[in-house]
Design a protein around this ligand. Structure first.
Ligand SMILES: *Cc1c(COP(=O)(O)O)cnc(C)c1O
Length: 221
C-alpha cells in the first residue's frame, strides 16, 4: 500500500517539487517500505522519535525536522539532521548555529512564517523576519544556511483562504530572496503543502511538500 501511495503521489508531482515523506508516529517497517521504493527524505516532528529512527534506519536517509523544535533539544539532532523546517525564533536559529558549530557542520534551515489565521501555528511575521535578516548577529552566523521558507495554511475547506496564505508565503520568499539572499543560490526552497492542500500549494509555487497520511495512512493519536 505505502509504495503504491507513493508512486501515485510522485506521478502527479512536478519534477522540481521535492517530496518529504512525513513518517511521524509510524513504525520503522513503514519507513523501510517507502525506502525500498526509492524514497530517501523523511520528516519527523519529535526529537526523540527522530533520533531513534535515525539510529535504527539506513544511513543514506535524509532526515528533516518539520515540527516545533525546542531550543534545549537542538543538540540531539545537530549531528545528523539534513534540514530544519520550523525555525520560528532568532533564539532558536542562534542555538542551531552554536550546535552546528560544535559538530563541525553547517545546518540547512528554513524560516517558518505565520501565514494561517490560527494562533496555534507559530512562525515569524514578515517584519520580524526582516528585522532578523538585518541584524548584524544574523549576518555573522556561520554554521547555518538559510535555504528558504516554510509555512502552514489554515486548516479549512475554504480553498481561497488556503490559496491566499500560500501566495503570501511565496511573496515573502521572493521579497527576501531579492533583498537578503541575492548572492545565495541555495536560498531556493518554499516548503508548503501537506496531504490536504499540497496541490493548492504547488499551484502557488511550492517546491517542497510534506506529506504524511496520504502515504502512510491516518495516524494513531
Ligand atoms: C504532520 C505534518 C505534516 C503532514 O501532515 P499530513 O496531513 O499527514 O500530510 C506536514 N507538515 C507538518 C509540519 C506536520 O507536522
Amino acid at each position: 500500500m505505502i509504495s503504491e501511495n507513493l508512486s501515485k503521489i510522485k506521478a502527479n508531482l512536478p519534477s522540481e517539487v521535492t517530496l518529504v515523506a512525513v513518517s511521524k508516529t509510524k513504525p520503522n517497517e513503514d519507513i523501510l517500505e517507502a525506502y525500498k521504493s526509492g524514497q530517501r527524505i523523511f520528516g519527523e516532528n519529535r526529537v526523540q522519535e527522530l533520533v531513534d529512527k535515525y539510529e535504527s534506519l539506513p544511513k543514506d536517509i535524509e532526515w528533516h525536522m518539520i515540527g516545533n523544535l525546542q531550543t534545549k533539544k537542538v543538540k540531539y539532532i545537530a549531528p545528523f539532521v539534513s534540514l530544519i523546517h520550523g525555525v520560528d525564533t532568532f533564539k532558536l536559529l542562534k542555538e542551531i548555529n552554536k550546535r552546528a558549530k560544535s559538530e563541525g557542520r553547517i545546518i540547512d534551515v528554513l524560516i517558518q512564517f505565520h501565514i494561517a489565521q490560527e494562533d496555534s501555528k507559530s512562525g515569524f511575521t514578515f517584519d520580524e523576519a526582516k528585522e532578523m535578516f538585518e541584524d548584524r548577529e544574523f549576518v555573522e552566523l556561520e554554521n547555518i544556511n538559510v535555504r528558504g521558507v516554510m509555512g502552514m495554511a489554515t486548516f479549512t475547506d475554504n480553498k481561497e483562504t488556503v490559496q491566499d496564505e500560500f501566495r503570501t508565503l511565496n511573496n515573502y520568499f521572493e521579497v527576501f530572496r531579492s533583498h537578503y539572499f541575492k548572492f545565495n543560490d541555495s536560498f531556493s526552497v518554499i516548503s508548503m503543502g501537506m496531504s490536504g492542500d499540497y496541490e493548492i500549494a504547488i499551484g502557488e509555487g511550492s517546491n517542497m511538500v510534506r506529506i504524511g497520511s496520504t502515504i502512510f495512512g491516518a495516524r494513531n493519536k
